[in-house]
Design a protein around this ligand. Structure first.
Ligand SMILES: *[C@@H]1O[C@H](CO)[C@@H](O)[C@H](O)[C@H]1NC(C)=O
Ligand SMILES: *[C@@H]1O[C@H](CO)[C@@H](O)[C@H](O)[C@H]1NC(C)=O
Ligand SMILES: *[C@@H]1O[C@H](CO)[C@@H](O)[C@H](O)[C@H]1NC(C)=O
Length: 324
């Protein structure tokens, strides 16, 4: 157990930036959701919530070690830059959801550690609560469907998808902010711009070919195990999209329009702060990120490239996401 914690801690140490953002997110969510009333133990990225301290005295307080660690019944499996962090934070406003804050990357990078290690990362849950995690790279990992199926064929799978062109640009923008010396978006997206040949091996392009990745998942799971969430609607109508998510998870509709307000300056929805909290929690673009200039023709060519894959994806899912 000690070793397994060291394992995730090691992973997080290797990504100081992610770890830092994560801690502030965890703390933020804790303050946000706990100051209003009943307070669950803070789920640390090392899964050490309330461990070793024994039951706490106090009126109405849950014992620190209450409940047990379970394998997740639902996983947000994708996609990168689709809005998975927003969805997870919105879900955490629901008292019946307990979610791991960190991305465990178990089914892509850590599978050899075993399911016991994985379960030990999970926050404790009480009867009737759902355990969740999110790791967006699962959706594009060839082995992930088989491995999750082997854990439980009843696992509910949530995929947040977004126009693959804007997703690719957002993905590139994030990489650029960490590494300003990388080539231009155009140079990476095309093998040869004059012939219009797209480089489908570049991950920012490859991730958006949703139909191809979904095909791999459908070898193991029926469509009924999936919920496809529109990343666009999660921003334009968070309460509506959260209604679909709660239905899919078999949860009472607790997270509703009363939980959200729209920050016009930011252009993104925010979760309302509970009574007594010091500040609200808004979601959306990281501020101050340099925005690359991308030629309209580049965007148009990519849009054309994706169109047949999008059509296939609409057909497979029975949902028109309105990207074309
Ligand atoms: C499937 O899961 C079991 C444990 O439930 C494990 O022993 C086995 O190695 C797994 N198989 C594969 C192919 O992952
Ligand atoms: C791009 O394609 C054009 C037209 O076929 C060709 O003339 C040019 O050499 C190619 N450039 C590269 C870098 O391959
Ligand atoms: C809206 O967002 C702006 C920019 O991020 C922020 O400065 C402001 O405090 C926010 N207002 C509310 C009411 O959340």
């Amino acid at each position: 157990m000690g070793g397994s914690r060291g394992g995730l801690a090691g992973q997080l140490r290797a990504q100081p930036r992610a770890s830092l953002g994560l801690s502030s997110l965890l703390l933020g969510s804790y303050l946000l959701y706990c100051l209003g009333g009943a307070c669950p133990p803070l789920p640390g990225p090392d899964g050490a919530a309330g461990s070793g301290t024994g039951p706490e005295p106090g009126l109405g307080a849950e014992p620190a070690g209450a409940g047990s660690r379970r394998l997740p019944q639902a996983i947000i499996v994708g996609v990168k830059k689709g809005g998975t962090r927003a969805l997870l934070e919105f879900l955490r406003a629901h008292p019946a959801v307990r979610a791991l804050g960190a991305e465990p990357h178990f089914f892509d990078r850590g599978y050899e550690r075993g399911l016991r290690w994985y379960r030990n990362l999970m926050p404790r849950t009480l009867e009737g609560q759902i355990t969740m995690e999110k790791t967006p790279s699962y959706f594009v990992t060839k082995e992930a469907p088989k491995r999750i199926y082997n854990m439980s064929r009843d696992t509910k799978l949530i995929v947040v998808v977004r126009n693959p062109v804007t997703r690719a640009i957002s993905d590139y923008t994030q990489t650029l902010s960490k590494n300003p010396t990388i080539p231009s978006f155009q140079a990476l997206a095309f093998k040869n711009f004059s012939t219009g040949l797209i480089d489908t091996t570049w991950s920012a392009v490859r991730i958006g070919i949703y139909a191809k990745h979904l095909d791999n998942w459908l070898q193991y799971f029926p469509l009924s195990k999936f919920l496809f969430v529109s990343g666009e609607r999660l921003v334009s109508d968070p309460a509506g999209e959260m209604g679909r998510v709660q239905d899919f998870l078999g949860l009472k509709k607790v997270v509703t329009d009363k939980h959200f307000y729209f920050n016009e300056t930011k252009g993104f929805p925010c979760l309302k702060k509970p009574e007594g909290s010091s500040r609200p929690r808004c979601l959306g673009k990281s501020k101050g990120r340099p925005h690359p200039k991308i030629h309209g023709q580049v965007i148009q060519r990519l849009q054309e490239f994706y169109r047949p894959f999008n059509m296939k994806f609409y057909q497979m899912t029975g949902q028109d996401f309105g990207w074309d």
